[in-house]
Design a protein around this ligand. Structure first.
Ligand SMILES: Cc1cc2nc3c(=O)[nH]c(=O)nc-3n(C[C@H](O)[C@H](O)[C@H](O)COP(=O)(O)OP(=O)(O)OC[C@H]3O[C@@H](n4cnc5c(N)ncnc54)[C@H](O)[C@@H]3O)c2cc1C
Length: 467
């Protein structure tokens, strides 16, 4: 990357966060992956530099309040196990980011983090680009949960499931006993939702690091055949990435084109064209009837389609959407949106029961679950302000953006949709050539609703990496 230095020496180091995937660019550290030396000022980075995780450009980064504490442990009290304080359920991006914001904001009360997984910190969006980025699975963890717990003065209960909430008595029942809380935050994420014809034991579901690591352990070292059921964001990105590793992918969807819920048909067609150099076979407009264990030795699974066809594969991945199980929320009498699959909260992250908040993938605001990284910072700022006893309007997090950004990280054809408004509209192509596709969507009154830009990969970035 050609960098022209302009910033004065001695100016404080700044951080910038990618609005799409949450990657933090720290001027002090630079970004070796994308050729930026330590000490490279953000202002000096060329405008066409791309986020090394999701590929959006510099314009889609915004200033970020540093969240990394000094290496020495902060002056927070060691948590006495029986003292009630804040209990956070879930140690994904939302849970950890909230804890960090609270400690940064001077919150000294005890915090207990209860999480069903290990709680190790990693960037989930990397799970669907790890091959393209040459990332070994072992390199995905940024910080272990135990190290983060010490750094932030948190009592960590890893591999512990929250089972039920007694709201009037302020108790949380977990698989390791009952905890008292003064305030409770649900950051429990969402779980892959399987249609009834898919038995959980027959399919992989890639929504967290442990499952992804287990899949890669099975895949690495030999070329295998995979069926991916569901050609939404996760299904398409995994298909692209695992195909880069040489695996033969059959991608199945009920819609005739991939990403039909997010993109106009023309963009879906361009994605299929861009995949022609990769071992991806897309079969659209089909319903999966069943996934059966194969008795023969040649393949482990037979994916039977309702039209009578079948596909024989070594592994099946279901990427059929997410929803938050309602059991925990409803045990506390929290309002729960069954259609959107999440806990109903207001703009400040408050659930229908005072003292209980929710954020991240498990939260539904105004009837919509927004299962992306970008809203989490705003939700964290609002909830942290409430817990710190400050007016939410003074929250330090970024304000709501005028445009939503969607990035499809399929390396063969990377697609960005910038959306200003939702509603019925008509997509029109503005440019469609060898470099890519530009489209705009307008409503009936001519209002611009969204813009789409799809960029074809340079062939070198989209070749199969042989083992
Ligand atoms: C492959 C993939 C690629 C993605 N790419 C992008 C992208 O490019 N850009 C983007 O914006 N978003 C992307 N996303 C979505 C994004 O990663 C999520 O929106 C975000 O990570 C959600 O964070 P969270 O903390 O709310 O939930 P999670 O990360 O799911 O964390 C939930 C936590 O709750 C715990 N938990 C669940 N139930 C319980 C329970 N009963 N008791 C205790 N603990 C519990 C879990 O163990 C976990 O620690 C991607 C997702 C996937 C799967």
């Amino acid at each position: 990357v050609n960098v022209t230095r302009t910033a004065p020496a001695g100016a404080p180091w700044l951080q910038f966060i990618c609005r799409v995937c949450g990657l933090i660019y720290d001027e002090r550290l630079g970004d070796a992956d994308s050729g930026l030396a330590a000490g490279t000022r953000f202002a000096d980075i060329p405008e066409d530099w791309a986020c090394p995780i999701c590929g959006v450009t510099k314009a889609d980064f915004e200033p970020h309040v540093p969240t990394t504490l000094p290496t020495r442990a902060p002056a927070v009290p060691v948590v006495a196990p029986r003292r009630a304080g804040l209990v956070v359920v879930g140690a994904g991006r939302a849970g950890w980011q909230l804890v960090q914001a609270l400690r940064d904001g001077g919150y000294v009360a005890p915090i207990t983090l209860v999480t069903a997984c290990s709680g190790d910190l990693y960037d989930k969006p990397q799970l669907s680009v790890a091959v393209a980025r040459h990332l070994p699975v072992t390199g995905l963890v940024r910080e272990t949960a135990s190290a983060a717990a010490v750094r932030l003065g948190v009592r960590l209960l890893a591999h512990t499931h929250a089972v039920a909430i007694d709201a009037p008595r302020q108790r949380l029942r977990t698989t390791r006993g009952t905890l008292r809380w003064q305030q409770l935050v649900l950051a429990q994420g969402a779980m892959p939702a399987l249609p009834p014809q898919l038995a959980p034991a027959h399919v992989w579901r890639i929504n967290e690091l442990a499952a992804y690591s287990a899949l890669r352990t099975q895949l690495d070292g030999s070329v295998q055949r995979l069926a991916i059921i569901g050609a939404g964001l996760v299904g398409c990105e995994l298909a692209n990435d695992l195909a880069l590793a040489g695996h033969h992918i059959t991608l199945l969807d009920v819609q005739p084109l991939p990403l039909a819920a997010h993109l106009p048909a023309l963009a879906g067609q361009r994605l299929l064209q861009a995949w022609q150099g990769l071992p991806i076979c897309f079969i659209g407009a089909v319903q999966v009837a069943a996934v059966d264990a194969h008795s023969g030795a040649a393949a482990a699974w037979c994916v039977r389609l309702q039209d009578g066809r079948s596909v024989e594969v070594d592994h099946v991945i279901a990427a059929t959407g997410l929803r938050t199980p309602g059991r925990l929320a409803t045990s506390a009498g929290l309002a729960f949106d069954s259609a959107a699959g999440g806990v109903i909260v207001d703009a400040q992250g408050q659930t229908s029961v005072a003292g209980i908040y929710a954020l991240g993938d498990c939260a539904v605001v105004a009837g919509r679950a927004s299962r992306f990284i970008e809203p989490i910072s705003r939700q964290v700022a609002a909830i942290a302000a409430r817990l710190l006893g400050r007016d939410g309007s003074h929250a330090t997090g970024p304000a709501a953006h005028s445009a939503e950004l969607l990035r499809v990280k399929t390396s063969a054809l990377t697609i960005t949709v910038k959306r200003w408004a939702h509603g019925p509209g008509h997509w029109r192509s503005e440019r469609d050539d060898a470099q890519g596709l530009h489209m705009a969507q307008h409503g009936a009154d001519g209002q611009l609703l969204a813009r789409l830009h799809a960029q074809l990969a340079a062939s070198s970035t989209c070749q199969i990496r042989r083992w």
